[in-house]
Design a binder for this molecule. Structure first.
Ligand code: GLY
Length: 454
């Protein structure tokens, strides 16, 4: 988003950034930059207050401050309008509330699910009820705590547990912290739906595909997302236009339900990054977020034809009814440190130990912008600019490389070339993001699922 603001042609933008660390990209472009490691909303509000006469509006990326009510506090205390929903509509705050909302409005998009609330059961009773539920729907399930991070978090059959006993153990380690959902594991191909929203209108954006698994061929643990792709048009190669229409219909139904009780601006922002799974029975909604997808939003913003500042003003005015994008494909590949996604434990021989403590150099990769006439973007993420002027990778996804092309393949080649030019920190990346092979498998999988329905 910082890049999209900095590239504005219609405005001279001064950017004030509250960041988790001294991100080199943001520091360079910000008029004022402050580090607030835990993104504490009172601290962010204090920072905004200092510059309130110079700030027209704010926009929020990560979910934590949205869930904690950053919009409510900043708008109330300093009257700076924010682009993100109010605390009440940060839907990802409760997985249970989400499922129940979908059940009221779009039940066909929910998998079979059951909510277990610790208040309703003794330990023995809850185990009995869980086993009863599993006897009904089978062991192939996902276990999802209502709120993240208390116990072991989301667990999926085949990934986190392989026996009923392990499954129940996983469930029990979470139920002591609050409600837990057990829902059927859905088979299909995943896509990310995103939309801009002014509180009244939803403007769907082209579909993207996120790669959650750490390693090539979708092996290894789930991560925040190792990369993503978008095709030249609105849908992905394994989707049909009907799939996209169904998604839009589902999201609109949820949106209309929220609007029945929300004030017209409460939902303003980018409240809809929805993870869908395309199944033999149509798209199923995995989750709904009030923030953009990371990396998925990086597939979109670099190919906006409209000025992002104008889009933001329209979101604030409540008159955003469409956006224009270039007909380009984009591929994002994240470079991540050795301890991310269990890489160092799985492939110790592939870690360049002599590079591990060296600073990350982006110079060569950034030079590719000349060769590719700006069809490449290098975005440092979990990296820090230190006093010595060097950039160091931290613990999470370190640098993303966005390739922009006339086809997915072209965009992928650019993105991969960029990753090769980033040195230091012993960073690694998946090499099959948006590969022909991976996309072919997705297409075949969907064909098989569609046929199985007939
Ligand atoms: N890439 C998935 C997410 O943003 O949560």
């Amino acid at each position: 988003m910082i890049d999209a603001f900095a590239r504005s042609q219609n405005y001279r933008v001064g950017i004030y950034v509250a960041d988790k660390q001294r991100n080199p990209f943001n520091v360079k472009r910000a008029k004022e930059h402050v580090v607030i490691p835990d993104l504490n909303i009172e601290q962010i509000c204090k920072f905004a207050k200092r510059y309130k006469h110079k700030i027209d509006f704010g926009i929020v990326g990560p979910e934590k401050p949205i869930i904690n009510g950053i919009r409510d506090i900043v708008e109330k205390e300093i009257d700076i309008p924010l682009i993100c929903p109010t605390k009440e509509y940060a839907l990802e705050a409760s997985k249970v509330a989400q499922r129940l909302l979908f059940q009221r409005v779009v039940p066909e998009t929910n998998p079979k699910f059951k909510v277990f609330n610790p208040k309703d059961y003794t330990v023995t009773a809850v185990k009995r009820e869980v086993n009863k539920w599993l006897n009904e729907i089978g062991n192939e399930v996902a276990v999802k705590p209502d709120r993240p991070a208390a116990g072991k978090g989301v667990g999926v059959w085949g990934d986190h547990f392989n026996t009923r006993e392990e499954l129940v153990d996983h469930f029990m380690s979470n139920i002591e912290y609050g409600p837990v959902i057990i829902e059927e594991k859905i088979e299909g191909e995943e896509s990310s739906f995103q939309a801009f929203c002014d509180g009244k209108h939803l403007v769907p954006l082209p579909e993207t595909r996120d790669y959650k698994r750490a390693f090539d061929k979708d092996k290894g643990p789930n991560t925040g997302g190792m990369g993503s792709y978008k095709d030249v048009g609105d849908i992905l190669p394994f989707m049909t236009t009907v799939d996209k229409e169904k998604e839009i219909d589902i999201v609109n139904k949820v949106f209309r339900e929220l609007r029945r009780r929300a004030a017209s601006t409460d939902l303003r922002g980018i409240p809809f990054y929805d993870a869908f799974i395309h199944t033999s029975a149509g798209p199923k909604l995995l989750e709904n977020n009030s923030r953009p997808g990371d990396p998925e939003i990086q597939n979109i913003l670099p190919v906006l034809k409209d000025d992002f500042v104008d889009i933001c003003y329209k979101m604030l005015e409540g008159n955003l009814i469409g956006v224009n994008l270039e007909t380009k494909a984009t591929v994002v590949t994240y470079k991540v440190p050795p301890n991310y996604g269990g890489f160092v434990d799985t492939f110790p021989e592939r870690v360049k130990t002599d590079e591990a403590n060296k600073p990350v150099s982006l110079v060569q990769a950034e030079k590719l912008a000349e060769k590719y006439k700006d069809a490449i973007r290098i975005y440092p993420a979990s990296t820090e600019l230190r006093e010595n002027g060097n950039i160091y990778a931290l613990r999470s996804r370190a640098v993303s490389v966005v390739g922009i092309g006339n086809s997915i393949h072209e965009a992928r080649e650019i993105s991969l070339e960029g990753t090769k030019e980033i040195t230091g920190g012993s960073l690694w990346n998946r090499t099959d993001i948006a590969s022909r092979e991976h996309i072919r498998k997705s297409i075949e999988h969907m064909e098989k699922l569609r046929l199985s329905k007939r």
